[in-house]
Ligand binder design. Structure first.
Ligand code: IMP
Ligand code: MG
Length: 308
């Protein structure tokens, strides 16, 4: 007789508040996943392992966690060797019966290794760096950038657009976005000065484009639009060079802080009014290499804090 997994609840628990954890280590693990913005469900399914002749399930297994983004079940192990052996046996049986199911048995020390595999480093290291919370995980960003690339590919079909990026914040986004555009594009970059708190004058182009954009279909690619003043200035400057068309694509939109409204054609994510770093964005030139977008702890943002 065919064995099938059973849904344990109509809507499995996916927040620490809702889940009734059997062990402290499970709650700790859920907290770790939350910290990194990895979505999870607690014990969403039970896998029957053995049936009696009259069809009753006599042995079953409910993995602790399911990570929908990775289609992966996680079972945490306790330290008691007897239980671990029994779990190994059940897992072998589960893998035989349900060969398509991906499941991992994790020892406590393996938690961090698992997270490192997703490219998000070890928790202690990040906390040490001053990161407070991951707002957009690497997976979320990847998925959205993929969608934007597909949309741009459709919208510019038959054209050869020129992508213009504003350094340095746009580096990660540009690198990923352009690889999801299936068109003959060109890429160029410019660097502009930003407000430095005193009489530094107006926005200056520190390093200009090398391409002539007149008559080109230009897509201005930005990391984040905050007050909108930078974008407004750039759009004005680029328009004056008479491109055939000019559109704007920004990964992040902090709409709550907008002062100057310049229309945007493509937006990755709207984010709340918080200072964010990672995926190209910096705080005093640091954090650009984080593979996700995160907020910083208050003491990290304090001017003159040690280690800046
Ligand atoms: P705006 O002129 O206020 O829209 O600012 C845009 C520029 O400010 C961006 O290109 C970033 O360089 C910087 N910026 C604004 N918000 C953030 C943030 O949350 N993290 C890092 N840089 C930011
Ligand atoms: Mg910038």
């Amino acid at each position: 007789m065919q064995l099938r997994p059973l849904e344990t609840r109509a809507a499995p628990a996916s927040t620490i508040e809702d889940a009734r954890f059997a062990h402290e280590s499970e709650e700790e693990f859920a907290g770790l996943l939350d910290f990194y913005g990895v979505r999870w469900q607690y014990e969403p399914r039970t896998f029957p392992l053995r049936q009696s002749d009259d069809g009753r399930v006599v042995e079953a297994f409910s993995p602790d966690f399911y990570l929908p983004e990775f289609d992966l079940y996680i079972e945490l192990t306790t330290l008691k060797q007897g239980l671990v052996t029994d779990k190994h046996r059940k897992l072998r049986r589960l893998r035989e019966l349900y060969p398509d199911v991906q499941i991992k048995l994790l020892h406590r020390k393996d938690y961090l290794n698992l997270l490192a595999k997703y490219g998000i480093g070890a928790v202690n290291e990040l906390e040490h760096m001053g990161v407070r919370e991951v707002l957009l995980s690497a997976t979320q960003i990847e998925r959205r950038v993929n969608e934007l690339g597909a949309q741009i590919t459709r919208d510019y079909a038959g054209k050869e657009p020129l992508f213009v990026g504003v350094l340095k914040g746009v580096t990660c986004f540009m690198a990923d976005l352009m690889r999801h555009v299936a068109l003959p594009i060109s890429v160029d970059f410019m660097t502009i000065s930003s407000y430095e708190g005193d009489r530094s004058g107006a926005v200056r182009i520190v390093q200009d484009l090398t391409e002539n954009i007149e008559g080109r279909d230009v897509l201005l690619v930005e990391d984040i639009v905050d007050t909108g003043m930078t974008l407004q200035h750039l759009v004005r400057q680029l328009r004056a060079r008479e491109p055939a068309s000019l559109r704007v694509c920004a990964l992040l939109d902090k709409r709550a802080r907008r002062l100057v409204d310049t229309p945007m054609d493509y937006v990755g994510f709207e984010i709340p009014d918080e200072f964010v770093v990672g995926y190209g964005l910096d705080y005093q030139q640091r954090f650009r290499n984080l593979p996700f977008v995160a907020t910083l702890r208050a003491e990290t943002l304090r001017p003159g804090a040690p280690g800046q």
